[in-house]
Ligand binder design. Sequence first.
Ligand code: NAD
Length: 358
Amino acid sequence: MSKKILILPGDGIGQEVTKSAMQILDFIVKRFNLNFVVNTLDVGGTAYEKFGSPIPDKVLAAAKEADAILFGAVGDPQWDDLSWEDRPENALLTLRKELSLFANLRPAFLFNELSNASPLKEKIIEGLDILIVRELTGGIYFGEPRGVINDQTPNYAFNTMIYNEDEITRIAKVAFESAQKRKGRLCSVEKANVLEVSKFWRSIVTEMSAEYPDVELSHQLADNAAMQLVLNPNQFDVIVASNLFGDILSDIAATLTGSIGMLPSASLDSSFKGMYEPCHGSAPDIAGQDIANPLAMIGSLSMALRYSLEEETVANKIDIAIKKFINQGFRTKDIAIDENYLNTSEVAEKIIEILENE
Ligand code: NAD
């Protein structure tokens, strides 16, 4: 049975970094005889300009059919004043919601050769390798009721942080299973000291831990976890958190590595179909200059092979090739210490050369 891959390059550097990932995809399909059907469509501002919608029906239909989606990035200030319906970012939220992509996996790891790019001291950051599992389709970002009341004194606004037990169980399951495949440690983050929803979250995760005796479970309050990520990040293996806390913690973790152009992410549904995208945006400040770092996108391709396309061995080969690329001293502009760096379009060629020589 062939696997379906949908490629959505999007806007700005999304197009450039996706091109690099597609070069690697072409190479591995031929080299390892993979049975993939690949389809590429416009999304975001690029789709809005051509078809009047950032997420045309055709894209949504193809996304629902796909086993894995590679999503570049969307957005540009030129579209910031459009209504929410028409804004490029709407494409991303619609895809997450329509495809029930409830589990967001964001690895944050440091190549020791790049530790000078981190804002933290080398001895604190060395060897950093964390996976943040963030709940993506529930919690306060989607909770009802929500609103702004403008006809009372004083006026007020409100949101609802809500999780049911199924939502907590399914995200915790992904986190426990991820910890089993890594170093066997899981830290669940919430605010059980002040929020009922967090107490509920903690009790369910604690109850589930009996099914995972090989995983060491701990709990941290979100404010402490944010501090611990900066003070002693290496204490963490896998972190699981709600939509809100996971959003904040994953950005802190990404910042620790000092290079947003290196970090991939996966958003999965319950059958492990998913959308794979770099953690960065469309970077209008460098778009079109052929200097974006495509490694986050190439790493996202590797995650797609691992989680949705049942090609773990090929995924490992790509991860090793990325490591060798860095070990051998190759750099892109964002991580270079001098003017000696490769352009976006040259990175895939170099990675393919490394893969060919394995
Ligand atoms: P950004 O991630 O696009 O850029 C932040 C900074 O990091 C910029 O200086 C940029 O040049 C740099 N950068 C990002 N990716 C890089 C890479 N691969 N190589 C080298 N440098 C890189 O975030 P932003 O500037 O806040 O947002 C720009 C646009 O992207 C906005 O329209 C925003 O809405 C959108 N955005 C989209 C996504 C997404 O599609 N998933 C995510 C975040 C932001």
